[in-house]
Design a protein around this ligand. Structure first.
Ligand SMILES: NC(=O)c1ccc[n+]([C@@H]2O[C@H](COP(=O)([O-])OP(=O)(O)OC[C@H]3O[C@@H](n4cnc5c(N)ncnc54)[C@H](OP(=O)(O)O)[C@@H]3O)[C@@H](O)[C@H]2O)c1
Length: 319
């Protein structure tokens, strides 16, 4: 195989701890009809990457090892397949291709349907663009498509300083909502800068004692206990969106009995949502906070960081 037909990638031949992630050479993919070949400059790291690496997360959908995790891509269109009219060679794009199927974003190249990408906002670095897709689309699809959050509404975001949370806060604010968020006290200045009026230190205060009459809870913690206690913060008819792990069935029944709404959620590839995120970036209303940038070869260390569940903003691999 000639050198130009191969690429560097991170692969694993078994499920396991971060150390199973190793660098390897792999065939460079070619775009099928309707697909683009993207040269990846940066790849965002998400908790689901780590879960899938270990055999949970989306592992069942992805097929067994050997596999390459990662869905957040920012890069340059290198070639287009037959029929692609949205992009051409040289365009800078970002996206969350193929989720929850394997996309292989921890690599020098990916191919995916063109509409799994959108144009990178002018002036945005690849690293910041790679921090946006999965976390940003989650926040967008929850707040805009699922909850239709609008002016004057009150939104409670759990884990508001994390990858999804810090973007959800900004999107809710941009739509005119008042935002309450939970985080450790050390992160409250960060939350205030994002537009959270009244951060709640969930270590010191029971959040259901501090937040009342909430229209929408974005739960990014995911335990049945957190979901159940979140119901107590909602106004009649209010909505709980249970993002990690899905809605506990018993909590769903309690919500219905109490005249509340509650739903599970799984993010999907979404050209329109990406364009919505890009428009907010262009308008100066949305910035991805990047806490850590590591080289591709340090994917295992990136997974250790994300598995700590203590990071603020995003972890990104630069390729
Ligand atoms: N279903 C879907 O489609 C979907 C999509 C995206 C993400 N997710 C899931 O959603 C969750 C959040 O994702 P992420 O990328 O935002 O994670 P993340 O960036 O790893 O979240 C880290 C943040 O969580 C906070 N945190 C941890 N426990 C908390 C608690 N009990 N209360 C309040 N804050 C807490 C930490 O703040 P402190 O240090 O202050 O505790 C930290 O800032 C993950 O489980 C992820 O797998 C699901």
């Amino acid at each position: 195989m000639s050198e130009s037909a191969t690429m560097r990638t991170i692969t694993q031949d078994r499920y396991g701890p971060p150390e199973v992630l190793v660098e390897a050479e792999a065939p460079r993919p070619e775009p099928l009809p309707g697909e683009v070949l993207v040269r990846v400059h940066a790849a965002g790291v998400n908790p689901v990457d780590a879960g899938s690496r270990a055999g949970s997360g989306m592992a069942a959908v992805m097929g067994g090892p050997p596999l390459t995790v990662g869905w957040d891509v920012a890069g340059t269109v290198e070639a287009v397949g037959f029929g692609v009219s949205l992009f051409r060679e040289g365009d800078e794009v970002f996206g969350m291709p193929r989720f929850p199927h394997q996309a292989g974003a921890y690599a020098e190249y990916v191919t995916a349907p063109s509409r799994h990408f959108a144009r990178t906002p002018a002036g945005l670095t690849h690293v910041r663009a790679a921090a946006l897709p999965l976390a940003g689309l989650t926040a967008w699809q929850v707040l805009v498509d699922t909850a239709a959050v609008g002016p004057g509404q009150h939104v409670l975001v759990h884990a508001a300083a994390g990858g999804v949370g810090h973007l959800a806060v900004q999107i809710a604010r941009a739509r005119g909502a008042r935002v309450t968020g939970t985080a450790s006290a050390a992160k409250h200045d960060f939350l205030r800068r994002l537009g959270v009026e009244d951060p709640i230190d969930y270590h010191a205060v029971r959040f259901e004692d501090a937040a009342r009459g909430v229209d929408v809870v974005v739960d990014l913690v995911g335990t049945p206990d957190n979901q159940r206690r979140s119901l107590r913060t909602l106004r009649p008819g209010g909505l709980l969106v249970a993002v990690p792990g899905g809605l506990d069935p018993a909590v769903g029944e309690e919500a219905a009995e109490q005249g509340l709404r509650a739903t599970s959620f799984l993010v999907e590839p979404d050209h329109t949502g990406l364009a919505g995120l890009a428009a907010l970036v262009d308008a100066g209303r949305l910035t991805a906070e990047v806490a850590n940038v590591l080289p591709l070869a340090e994917a295992a260390e990136a997974h250790r960081l994300i598995e700590s569940r203590r990071t603020s903003g995003k972890v990104v691999l630069e390729i």
